[in-house]
Structures are given as structure tokens and as C-alpha cells.
Design a protein around this ligand. Structure first.
Ligand code: ZN
Length: 201
């Protein structure tokens, strides 16, 4: 078998790299079909951690926020898929609490979901609160079931007419932001883990 000179190997490697670059260029996705970084990327295909413990309501017992609408995975307003459950109440800025023991994973202000608080509970389930007007605990803080964590608000990208309410989401895997975390339906989960709904809650 003939031994190829070193430059031959180098040449073929260079050619191969050129072919790969050409292939990448030829399959480049047109700008028009690249998903925009928006709520359209939300998805609601998550499921609860199996060992769900007993939960409380994310607001003080006895108060009765109304379901505001927009249930989880509401696709009626295409392409804005909703990631949680909305509750509102009069007067606005009602107090919010932790429904279980855990820690604070995230605290930040999102362009469209406003002031956001993300908690991780001891059983592996997690909750995210959106549109808050005030947030009390900080990242890494331990949280006890029933701790006051802040107030509802209307912080968002939707302008001054956006109504005060709680957007409450649940998930059990990593937090990847509002646009790409795997959420599940929170009201049914809480209802099957110790929360009794009253009236229009
Ligand atoms: Zn919402």
C-alpha cells in the first residue's frame, strides 16, 4: 500500500471542512421560520413530581380570588400559550404565600411576565409567580409553608391597562424561563394535594 505524504492528509482534511461548511450554509434556516423569543415558545407538557406532599393555597386561607380565566395551555389566543392559572381579587395587591416548604430558586423581572418569583419545594415540585408588585424573599432563602412572599401586581410588557392579578404556574423540572419551562396545570395539582377550592377560586 502506498504511503500518502503528510500534505495529502492535510489537503483532504481541508477539503472535508470546506464541504461541511458548505453543507451548513445550504441547510441554514430562513429567518422567517426561526421562532421569535416570545411567549409562543411556552409549553405545558410537564408533569408533577410523583411524591407530591400536602399543599396550601398561594394566598391566605379564607380569601377568595376569582379565577380570572386563561387556564393552562390556553391556545385560543394563537400563538400565546398560557403557562399557569390567573386569579384576581378586589382590592388588588393581595398577599401571596408559599404553599409548601422549600427554597427560592429565582427572583427577577421578566420583560412580559414582570416581577417573577420561583420556588422549589421539598417534594420536587416548583412554582412560579408572575406579574407581582413586590417580592419579599431572595434567591437561596429557605421558605416555610405559609410564608408571606409578596403581593400581586400588574408588572408586564402589556402596558398600564394590564390588570392586577396572580399568574401562578407549577412545574417539576429545571427552570428555563417563562418561555421554555415544562409547566403542568396547577389548580388540579393543588386540588389533589390538600387544597379545597371555595366558590370561584
Ligand atoms: Zn397568566
Amino acid at each position: 500500500m502506498a504511503v500518502k505524504p503528510p500534505w495529502s492528509k492535510l489537503h483532504s482534511r481541508t477539503r472535508r471542512r470546506g464541504a461541511v461548511l458548505l453543507a451548513i450554509a445550504s441547510i441554514a434556516i430562513p429567518a422567517a421560520v426561526v421562532p421569535a423569543a416570545s411567549a409562543s415558545a411556552n409549553y405545558c407538557d410537564g408533569s408533577p413530581a410523583a411524591s407530591g406532599s400536602t399543599y396550601g393555597k398561594p394566598w391566605i386561607s379564607g380569601s377568595t380570588p376569582a379565577i380570572k380565566g386563561r387556564p393552562l395551555c390556553d391556545t385560543t389566543v394563537t400563538p400565546n400559550i398560557h403557562t399557569g392559572q390567573d386569579w384576581d381579587k378586589n382590592p388588588p395587591h393581595f398577599n401571596l404565600y408559599s404553599p409548601n416548604n422549600g427554597i427560592v430558586l429565582e427572583r427577577f423581572t421578566d420583560d412580559c411576565m414582570g416581577k417573577t418569583l420561583v420556588l422549589k419545594f421539598g417534594d420536587g415540585n416548583r412554582a412560579a409567580y408572575g406579574h407581582m408588585s413586590s417580592v419579599v424573599p431572595h434567591v437561596g432563602d429557605s421558605i416555610t409553608k405559609g410564608d408571606f412572599v409578596g403581593e400581586t401586581g400588574n408588572t408586564s410588557c402589556y402596558g398600564s391597562g394590564f390588570p392586577d392579578h396572580l399568574h401562578y404556574s407549577m412545574f417539576s423540572t429545571g427552570w428555563n424561563g417563562w418561555a421554555s419551562t415544562h409547566f403542568y396545570e396547577p389548580r388540579g395539582f393543588l386540588g389533589s394535594h390538600g387544597v379545597t377550592w371555595v366558590g370561584s377560586e
